[in-house]
Design a protein. Structure first.
Length: 137
């Protein structure tokens, strides 16, 4: 898949994610993920998986507070395992959305949420550079 198509898909979905985050919390793995999403413009509730309690307790708290959440763990092996465990623990109690995680895994050439801003910037630079090189005068 070409870079402009990947970049367009990522940017479109980040815009959708920002809108969804206005009424739905995003669950991420760590503080750097929160910082990346804030940089990208997400202004709603973003929750990091609490390392101080078990994942079961964490999911119990989420189920008490929210009806719907966006699960946006990294799309590496560790993040995939964490996402599956949370899905299992939240099932039947909370509606969860993993669409953005799936889309970012497919189109972004990074494996972590925290890497999205720099990946986008790099791809924009490459796209701008290649467009300038293909212009004819």
């Amino acid at each position: 898949m070409d870079i402009p198509t990947c970049l367009e898909e990522i940017e479109k979905n980040i815009e959708e994610l920002k809108i969804m985050n206005e009424c739905m919390p995003i669950i991420v793995e760590g503080k750097k993920d929160v910082a990346a999403l804030r940089f990208l413009g997400c202004s709603g509730v973003i929750i990091t998986v609490n390392k101080g309690v078990s994942l079961t307790e964490f999911c119990d708290r989420i189920a008490q507070l929210y009806d719907t959440v966006i699960l946006l763990t990294d799309w590496d092996r560790k993040g995939g395992s964490l996402c599956k465990r949370m899905m299992r623990l939240l099932k039947g109690r909370v509606t969860y959305n993993t669409t953005y995680r799936d889309i970012f895994a497919k189109y972004a050439m990074t494996r972590k949420v925290e890497g999205l801003p720099s990946w986008i910037e790099t791809m924009k630079h490459k796209t701008d550079h290649s467009e300038k090189n293909s212009e004819t005068y």
